[in-house]
Write a protein that binds this ligand. Sequence first.
Ligand SMILES: Nc1nc2c(c(=O)[nH]1)N[C@@H](CN(C=O)c1ccc(C(=O)N[C@@H](CCC(=O)O)C(=O)O)cc1)CN2
Length: 316
Amino acid sequence: MCFKHDRAVGPLIEFFPRYCIMPAQIISGSETAKAIREEIAAEVARLKTAHGLVPGLVTILVGEDPASQSYVAAKNKTAHALGIHSEQVTLPAATSEAELLGIVADYNRNPAIHGILVQLPLPRHIDEAKVLFAIDPDKDVDGFHPVNVGKMMLGERCFLPCTPHGILELLQRSGTETSGAEVVVVGRSNIVGKPIANLMLQKRAGGNATVTICHTRTRDMAFHTRRADILIVAAGVAKMIKGDQIKEGAVIIDVGVNRIGQTESGKALLAGDVDFDSVVGKAGAITPVPGGVGPMTITMLMKNTLQAAKQAAGIE
Ligand SMILES: Nc1nc2c(c(=O)[nH]1)N[C@@H](CN(C=O)c1ccc(C(=O)N[C@@H](CCC(=O)O)C(=O)O)cc1)CN2
């Protein structure tokens, strides 16, 4: 016997026999993001009244990738809704590396802009590292500059990359105990896999866990994923983790946003890196896609922009 992952059935659970499959708790990124955004909006309003300070963000988009266009639009819309000044620079795909570096240099000098975000991926002819390294580390609200990456590794105060930062918040606010837990990260990207593994390891960042990182060359992936109390999947492969690859009661953080088709109304049909339907009856808790980690990424960008503005103004 089984039933849907509908929280409305919660009160009925005690009447079900023990062999019933309990659905996982849904860790809602949309709800958590909403709560954090309210906190940010309140602080932005306070800064304006008390200090005449308005945090400023610039988003730079090169090319016409539809997903990137929608993420950048969402970033600007969210900034606006929270009272953060935002500017969008949209450049053709043929923009040269030198032109882009020139624009970054201009914003490095612009006192009204506290945060600079260059949307990734960049067209192939542009050296991504060169552009990210050109951003002033004090305005690097993506947390991708080596100064911030190094500080993060050392547990120093810095801008944390937005997706891993969002995952930390989701774990903390959902009451997930990470200290001493077996955490398995699937994926080793610079944006998610490497930083979240590092943060989960660190005592200071709140992780304090035992961490394993799996990747495309890992020989027996399921051997590792089945040991995880907390499984974080950022592999970019739709539905790759199935129910038989996880431990009963594990907390599953699904970072994947894969476009697997279209709905009847023409909207993109999304799937995570985790096969939600086969996992939800076995996991203790899970983030959905959409509505899980994604909304947290944009929210933590706003939090970093607020932090950048306060640091620039010398406000604690
Ligand atoms: N400069 C950066 N580039 C990229 C980053 C980043 O953090 N900085 N991360 C990703 C893309 N990304 C933000 O830019 C991002 C991805 C997904 C979402 C999101 O809200 N997803 C929704 C679904 C939205 C949809 O319909 O596609 C969800 O999961 O609910 C936000 C931001 C790569 N590039």
